[in-house]
Structure formats: structure tokens, C-alpha cells
Design a protein around this ligand. Structure first.
Ligand code: ADP
Ligand code: MG
Length: 365
């Protein structure tokens, strides 16, 4: 058994099923992000894990111990799980030190031991100097540090975090991101980190569980989500992915296939199990398109396109264009800032890389 094992979890509120057959096996010490749009069920999943919600069916084990299952439900305080909430959930009437000590006090630890643990935990998140302040007199970032110190003091081996950066200014997020990574390295705790922000998930997590409408649709390393999305939803959700139709897919071995995309002959990556297909959906990203050096040269791999908009983004130009039959396919390309590009221009682009999305039947498992 791993650190967290969720099996066939279902959860409804009244008639609405919010979690559908969720299964996740998370290794001890792993940093896992759960990534999905607002309302897809992330917080509900976290609350089931923490024990704040009864589950409908399925099982939850943490460290091999049954937490939730048929006719059983362990109380949150008995689970040994640390939780960091978006709104920090600090007691307003207690000082920073009292907030961090509270769980230890409930657990019956002596005053002296508590003091040592709290002092150490606050030092680790560099909040020792503010130990006597109240939460109201702290910044958002400082409050989040106190919430982390609370998990440190409890020595929780499993820590759940629900969008802990969502209420913070952009400039603070990077610093706190580093703080979470350092916390993980220091404690070796298993981290279960919920976010709707892909860059956060990718910056922190060993593996990311992509969630959509109550289901986990892919649980994989960030590179795999980016390069080998299992379905169109993941492809479109990750890294500004674009999904379009390709024709005449012919696998040529070594995980590659030839295909026709918007009239051009291209080579794409594909699953080893991929077969010849008349049509398939493929995915790629704005960096996968490139402009052909000589726009008047036509080659079999060239895709004609009309530029609709070009936006200067510092290091690169974000170029929007239309291509394909009746110019109906919108494409976005990031290219090195290039003086010659402007709306109305006709150019020829190539697709340097792309992925043949597996057929649904191959995508399960
Ligand atoms: N206590 C509740 N009672 C009824 N519906 C709820 C409750 N909590 C969450 N929901 C519903 O469950 C769905 C998922 O919510 P939530 O887990 O908060 O999503 P997320 O955290 O991904 O934004 C939403 O449609 C929400 O309205
Ligand atoms: Mg939520």
C-alpha cells in the first residue's frame, strides 16, 4: 500500500454526483497536484480524504490504514493528516504560536514539548519573530506560513493543501511555491496539492491528476500530460494545447506516424499501439508551429495560413492565424520576435511536433 490509496470513490450531494469513480494510488513522499477547473470536485475530494465528508461508496486508505469505506468513517483528528486551506483557517483570537500549538495541545502534549516543537516549526518557516502576533496583523503570505508551520509541528506525514496560493498576490506566489517545495524536501511528507493553476501544478508536482467533472481523466508526470495527453480534454487543458483533425494516419514504428494535417504531410508522435486510421484527433502547442523561411516556397509539409493578429510578448511573437479549407482552422504560433510579421500577411508554416491522441478504447486503464 502507498501513502494514499483511493479506490472507486463516489460522492453525491443530494441528487448531484460530485465525485465519480475516483481512484488514485499515491506513493509515500510523493508530491501530487490535483488540477482542474473550478467546480470539478477538487475540494470535495480533499474533504473526503481529510474526513470532513462522508463518502458514498469506495474506500480511502492512508498509510495502509482504512480511513473511509463501507460503513466506516474515521474522524478527521484521528487521521494524522495536515490540512492547509485557501483561507488559512487560523484561529483569530490566538497568537501565531498558539495557533501552531493548538493541535499538539489537543493531542495532550506537555507544555514544554509543545513549546520546543512550535519554536522549531516557526523557525523553519522564518516566522519565529512574529510568534506573538495575531493572524489579523499578518500578511496573506505570512498566514500561509503559519498554516505550514502547523503541519510541521504536527509532523504530519500526509499534508493536503487546497489552493493555498489562490488568495495571494502574484509576486508572493513564487516565494510561497518555493516554500512548499522546501517543506516537502525537509519533511519528506506526502503532499496532495489542489490547484486550478497549471503552472503551479507543474512547478511543484511529481505527478498531476487532471480532474474534470468529478473524474480523474489522467494521472501522470507533467511531461507526459504535455506530450502524450490521453484524451482531447487533457490535450486542450494543458499548455494551450490545440486539438484538430488529421487524416491518413500511418504508424511507421518507434512511436511515430505519418499523417496529413491541413493538407500538409507531417510526422507526429503516437502511442506504440497506434494503428492505421483514416482520421484521428491530434494535439500540439504554440511552440510546435514554425514559419517557413521562404514564404513563397511551397513544400509538401507547408501549411498556408493568414495572419489575423500578432502580439509582442517580449522574447517572442504570439501569432494568431487561420489555415485550412476556407481558412476555418484557427492556429496560434509562438515564434522568435520577427519584424516581418503583420496581420493580413499570408505565410507558410510547418508543424514540427504533434501527438496522435489515442482512440478512446486505448485511453482507458
Ligand atoms: N456541501 C455541498 N452541498 C452541495 N453541493 C456541494 C457541496 N460542496 C460542493 N458542492 C458542489 O460540488 C461541486 C464541486 O465542488 P468543489 O468540490 O468545491 O469543486 P472545486 O473545489 O473543484 O471548485 C460543485 O458543483 C459544488 O457546487
Ligand atoms: Mg475548491
Amino acid at each position: 500500500m502507498g501513502a494514499i490509496d483511493i479506490n472507486g470513490l463516489n460522492k453525491s450531494f443530494g441528487q448531484t454526483q460530485v465525485l465519480q469513480d475516483v481512484s488514485l494510488a499515491i506513493n509515500a513522499g510523493e508530491f501530487v497536484a490535483v488540477l482542474g477547473p473550478s467546480g470539478c470536485g477538487k475540494t470535495t475530494l480533499l474533504r473526503c480524504l481529510a474526513g470532513f465528508e462522508q463518502i458514498g461508496s469506495g474506500t480511502i486508505h492512508v498509510g495502509g490504514r482504512a480511513m473511509s469505506g463501507p460503513r466506516m468513517h474515521m474522524a478527521p483528528e484521528d487521521r494524522g493528516i495536515g490540512v492547509v486551506f485557501q483561507n488559512y483557517a487560523l484561529w483569530p483570537h490566538m497568537t501565531v504560536a498558539q495557533n501552531v500549538a493548538y493541535g499538539l495541545k489537543i493531542a495532550g502534549m506537555s507544555r514544554r514539548d509543545r513549546h520546543a516543537r512550535v519554536t522549531h516549526a516557526l523557525a523553519l518557516v522564518e516566522m519565529g519573530a512574529l510568534a506573538e502576533r495575531r493572524p489579523a496583523d499578518l500578511s496573506g503570505g505570512q498566514r500561509q506560513r503559519v498554516a505550514l508551520a502547523r503541519c510541521l509541528a504536527m509532523q504530519a506525514q500526509v499534508v493536503l493543501l487546497d489552493e493555498p496560493l489562490a488568495n495571494l498576490d502574484v509576486h508572493l506566489r513564487g516565494a510561497l511555491e518555493d516554500e512548499f517545495a522546501a517543506f516537502h524536501a525537509r519533511t519528506g511528507a506526502t503532499m496532495f496539492y489542489i490547484t486550478h493553476d497549471q503552472s503551479e501544478a507543474f512547478a511543484l508536482a511529481d505527478r498531476v491528476a487532471v480532474m474534470d467533472r468529478g473524474r480523474i481523466i489522467q494521472f501522470d508526470r507533467p511531461e507526459a500530460l504535455f506530450r502524450q495527453p490521453r484524451c482531447e480534454t487533457v490535450a486542450g487543458f494543458i499548455g494551450e494545447g490545440r486539438v484538430i483533425e488529421a487524416e491518413d494516419i500511418v504508424p511507421i514504428g518507434a512511436g511515430r506516424a505519418r499523417a496529413r494535417v491541413l493538407g500538409a504531410e507531417v510526422e507526429l508522435r503516437c502511442a506504440p499501439s497506434e494503428t492505421r486510421r483514416k482520421t484521428a484527433r491530434i494535439s500540439f502547442h504554440p511552440d510546435d508551429l514554425d514559419i517557413l523561411a521562404d514564404p513563397h516556397r511551397t513544400t509538401a509539409s507547408g501549411i498556408g495560413a493568414d495572419i489575423t493578429r500578432a502580439t509582442y510578448r517580449g522574447g517572442y511573437l504570439r501569432t494568431q492565424m487561420t489555415a485550412g479549407p476556407q481558412n476555418r482552422v484557427a492556429l496560434t504560433m509562438n515564434i522568435a520576435a520577427h519584424a516581418g510579421i503583420e496581420p493580413g500577411q499570408h505565410i507558410t508554416v510547418t508543424l514540427k511536433d504533434g501527438w496522435v491522441i489515442p482512440e478512446a478504447r486505448q485511453a482507458t486503464g
